[in-house]
Ligand binder design. Sequence first.
Ligand code: FAD
Length: 391
Amino acid sequence: EPPPVDGDFYDLSDKLSPEERAIQLKVREFMETEVDPIANEYWQKAEFPVHLIPKMGELDICGLTLEGYGCPNKSNVLQGFIAQEMARIDPSFSTFFGVQSGLAMGAIYECGSEEQKQKWLPSMQKMETIGAFGLTEPKVGSAVAGGLTTKARREGDTWILNGQKKWIGNATFSDITIIWAEDVDSADVKGFIVENDNPGFTAEKIEDKMALRTVQNALITLDDCKVKEADRLQHAESFKDTSRILRLTRASVAWQAVGCARGAYENALAYCNDRKQFGKTIGSFQLVQDLLVEMLTNLTAMQSMVYRLSELQDEGNLTDERASLAKVVCTLKTRDIVSKARELLGGNGILLRYNVARFVADSEAIYSYEGTKQINSLIVGRAITGKSAFV
Ligand code: FAD
């Protein structure tokens, strides 16, 4: 009998309180029983299993760290473990959840007025209202700070939005989308809560993705889209406010990368303990063990790093550069781990049903979204040298 497969080698889950551990295990059970059996099928179809959203809402984990508005007010450490649990089974699912719980709810919580929070957060927490976050544009990705071409013009109590947004997760079926646009008068970036049934708003599904296929990404067109002043995020004054949200979500993306790496590692280890060549299980070969241990080394280092990152966040000491460093390291190492997992499965590593190919593909998108390696490195570089090298 081979020893059990476990990608938590240093027992970091032991750091959770019994109550937190119960929440982690509840999420694990949901992911293993509801998502795992259909993950490859929906990935291949490039559809999102919307029928699972109400069940996910019942887990009571959305807006996990927020206070009030029906949110659980739990620790960032627990939130990290949950992102890991989700991505360990399906990185598309953790991305969907990150957009809803982190980006969309985070934008309203961080930058909304009291009225806006009361209006939207309780139903978003239950996942009865689904949100999206529209920052990136077809021609403006890394350079969103100071470069948005989507414009907002104020006429009395109404704002008129024009422009396009690309890659916007969940926006093909969300109820609301946070749209970031430049105010033509002040040149400041402002955020707007746009209801997707607004006649000036259209969202077209982006087809033919080779990663995170289950996530529905949209190309949004805003054509004289009218939004009331009451639906402008009242505390989003400039891009600095947008960055505050990204700082929080980048920490979660680092955990997602860890989950993606862990899923691939666990599947590869199980395979190596089962597959026989030359009359022996391949896991008994020295060169195979070397690869597995290298994967586990990086995985364990990443887990320790994101654990400390979330502790810092719980202590109120998360900075842009700390979040960016973890995002860079974890998404970079994940690419290496998933590719070694694929290697260990031989030809079966490229077949979806062996549960490693999807992690290989998905790691590519996680590597680039929420700031590419270069952009997050430049954020860290600026902090440690005091000099900005962006332009
Ligand atoms: P570019 O900015 O065009 O970059 C291309 C290359 O140039 C990269 O390697 C980059 O690092 C490099 N580069 C750029 N500037 C510099 C520089 N100064 N120095 C060195 N190198 C540089 N956006 C949203 O708003 N909402 C979402 O929900 C969302 N979801 C996404 C989901 C997926 C699956 C994907 C793929 C993207 C998503 N995005 C979303 C967009 C994502 O954040 C961007 O793709 C990302 O920020 C990179 O922008 P870009 O693709 O335009 O690449």
